[in-house]
Design a protein. Sequence first.
Length: 297
Amino acid sequence: MSAGWRALWTRLRASHPSVVLRWLRAGMLGMVALTALLYVVVANRAGDQADAVGRTDEAIEDIVAAQRYADRARDALNAAISADAENLIGPGSDFANRTTQVSILLTSAAEGNADKDEGLRDFQFVQGQLSTCMQLANRVVSEGPKCMSAAHAVVTDRTASTAKDREVRVQFTGGLIQSLHDLEVNEARALARQREARWLNPHLLWPLLTVPAAVMLLLVWATGYVVARHFRQYPSPALVLALLLTASVAVTTCLRCRDGGADGGVMAIMLPLLAVAGALTYLGFKPRLAEYRFPRP
C-alpha cells in the first residue's frame, strides 16, 4: 500500500463514524448525480445517431424496393420486345410505371444516404442511369428497335471485372439493376459503421454507464460495514433500493441504445427514477446520522 493510501486509511480509521457516513452519503449521491448526467448525454447523443440509423434503414428498404421495380421494368421491356410492337407502342405503360417508381424510391432513399459525398455521387450516377434508360425507351417509336435494345442493356448489363482478377467486380459498371445492388451494398456498409458509432457502441456504453453503479455498490458495502461495526444495526434497505434503481437506469439505457432505438416512454422515466434513488439515499443515512445530532447548550 502506498504512503498516500496508507495515510487515507489511517485518517478514515481515526474519523468519527458519523463523519465517515457523511462522506459515504456524499459519494453515493454523487454517483446518482453522475449517472443522471451520463444518462442525459448518452440519451441525447445516442438519440441523434439512432435517428440517423433509422433513416439509413429506410433508405436501404427503398433501394431494395427499387430493385424489385427495376426487375419488373426489365420484364416489361422483354415483353415489348417479344411482341414486336415496340414501333407502335414503345416500351409500354407498364415499363413507364415501373421506372417512375424506381425514380421515386431513389429520391426517397437519397435523403437517408449514410455514405456522405461518395454515396451522393453513387445516387446521382444511378439516377442518371435511370434517366438514360427512360430516354432511350421513349425514343423507340421514332428511332426504331435499336433504342429498345439499348434501353434493355442499360437495365440488365452485368458489371465489369478487373483485368488482373476476373472474380473482382467493379462497382457501378453494370446495368441499372446491378447498380442498385451496388448501391445497397455500400449503404449497408455505411449502416454498419453507423451502428458502431461512439454513442451506440456497447464497448463504450456499458463501462461508461455501469462504473458509477459499481462504485455505488462498493459504497453501499462500506456503509453496511460501518453501520454494523459502530452502530450494531443493519443498513437501511433504502440504500439497496437506491442502488438497484441506479443500476437499472444504467442497464436499461445501454440496452435501449444498443439496437439504435429508444422508446420515449421508457426513457422518460429514467430521470424520475434517479431522483427517487437520490431521495432514498438521503433517507437511508438519516436515522444513523440523527443519533449524533445533539442539542446545543
